[in-house]
Unconditional design. Structure first.
Length: 160
């Protein structure tokens, strides 16, 4: 993985569903969840996005904004947002700049077939743009991922 806990994330993150540039300094003073997922409108990715949607206000209550990233184009993101009523931004990384920068474009295997794709990974980023926690693809349960984050946040606050 190209980024580790304690690393500062890049300034330019990409283009959102509205064609607007997304920069990490927009979130200065705020915490956010930067989650990478393989593809719009697939079962696991839809379940994960809906889980973030269903826990959106609880995550915001904990001080976190949510930003999703996939290599789908802006049009696909707009349809995905509309279909599932997603209340957060999605970055279109069609040219794979961000997934490569984060080291998340990798060989995967499905049904015995090898192909290149995005490793489902989530970064919790603090108010200074520094990664405070990483959930790897092996840890993430797509349909319960927001709850996993909330559980981690509860453990973190209990240990203070």
């Amino acid at each position: 993985m190209a980024f580790n806990i304690g690393d500062k994330i890049p300034q330019v993150l990409g283009i959102d569903q509205d064609g607007k540039e997304v920069r990490s300094d927009e979130y200065a003073g705020k915490k956010f969840i930067l989650y990478f997922y393989p593809k719009d409108n697939t079962p696991g990715c839809s379940a994960e996005a809906c889980n973030f949607r269903d826990n959106f206000y609880e995550l915001r209550h904990e001080g976190y904004e949510i930003v999703g990233v996939s290599v789908d184009d802006v049009d696909s993101h707009n349809k995905f947002i509309e279909k599932y009523e997603l209340p957060f931004r999605l970055i279109s990384d069609k040219d794979k700049t961000l997934v490569n920068e984060f080291g998340l474009w990798a060989e995967k295997t499905f049904a015995g077939r090898k192909y290149m794709g995005t490793l489902r990974t989530t970064f919790l980023v603090d108010e200074e743009g520094v990664i405070e926690h990483i959930f790897t693809s092996k840890e993430i349960k797509a349909k319960d991922h927001a709850e996993q984050i909330l559980e981690w946040l509860n453990k973190k606050s209990a240990n203070k």
